[in-house]
Design a protein around this ligand. Structure first.
Ligand code: SAM
Length: 270
């Protein structure tokens, strides 16, 4: 399992280079991408394509080669195989047949972002890509709300705004970092509360993005204090504005504040 650069070709390791040059074949997602890397390294090895859509058909063929004693290097288009990339089932089946699997570690966007985000790294949860549909995305974020760890997400640029909005709603206004185009010419790191990052977001963000979100405040939100603040706010403004104001002031998830506000209104009406 050979990690390859996530942008800067200088990040290839000496061991990755040696292994790629020595194996019988290199198994890759896209032969154009890996072909370019091998040409850059001056390495000529046969390429076998293995991706989401042909994995079931290719896996037995790759396992048969391994059973014959061939050595294969699995690479992703970028970074570490198996991290939001194919490889897991192949590793599992190879291991179940007694084929040794070795790691040739190296770049990984999640780890690179963690190392520079300035958020706690003692505990983190790698979420990878959230579902593309809003309802499913919100459900996953709601599951993550109580997780006492930094969250690491991969996101496509055109979905970043929606995802940040959903994070604000479901997780509260936590500290976060947008790590864009890591190791590349246009590398950019933006740190701040989710609300601030949203306010400063370009109309059409571009590039590859890791979103890192800090853990929840250690103390659970004080629901009684939130209710008191809501009561006060509701006495002078609409439910929508009261929820927005109390969520912003307390940093509590907007969905929680909204639920409490509905409870108060229900009580008032009853
Ligand atoms: N296996 C890769 C790894 O080890 O990081 C991840 C592959 S995943 C299919 C691709 C996603 O990783 C991108 O959409 C982006 O979220 C993230 N990514 C990859 N390279 C990146 C970079 N240079 N800067 C920021 N994010 C990156």
């Amino acid at each position: 399992m050979v990690a390859t650069p996530i942008g800067n070709l200088g990040d290839i390791t000496a061991r990755a280079r040696a292994v790629l040059a020595a194996v019988d074949a290199v198994v890759c997602e896209d032969s154009r991408v890996t072909g370019r890397l091998l040409r850059h390294l001056g390495i000529a090895r046969p390429l076998l394509v293995y991706h989401e859509h042909n994995a079931a058909r290719m896996r037995p063929k790759l396992l048969a080669r391994l059973a014959r004693g061939e050595s294969l290097a699995l690479v992703a288009d970028a970074g570490t195989p198996c991290i939001a990339d194919p490889g897991y089932k192949l590793v599992r089946e190879a291991l179940s047949r007694g084929v040794p699997v070795r790691a040739v570690p190296g770049p990984c966007a999640a780890v690179a972002a963690l190392s520079v985000c300035g958020l706690p790294t003692d505990r983190f949860l790698f979420q990878g890509f959230l579902p593309a549909k809003r309802a499913a995305r919100r459900r996953v974020l709601a599951e993550l709300r109580a997780v006492g760890a930094t969250l690491v997400l991969y996101e496509a640029p055109h979905r970043l705004r929606d995802t940040l909005e959903d994070c604000l709603e479901e997780l509260g206004d936590r500290e976060a970092c947008i790590a864009r185009e890591l190791t590349k010419r246009h590398e950019e790191l933006r740190r701040g509360r989710i609300g601030e990052l949203l306010a400063g977001l370009a109309a059409a963000p571009r590039g590859e993005i890791v979103l890192v979100i800090g853990p929840p405040p250690t103390a659970a939100p004080d629901e009684e204090a939130l209710r008191r603040a809501l009561q006060e706010a509701l006495s002078r403004t609409s439910l929508r504005d009261a929820v927005a104001a109390v969520a912003a002031a307390s940093g509590a998830p907007r969905s929680l504040v909204y639920r409490l506000a509905l409870g108060l209104r229900g009580r008032g009406e009853g």
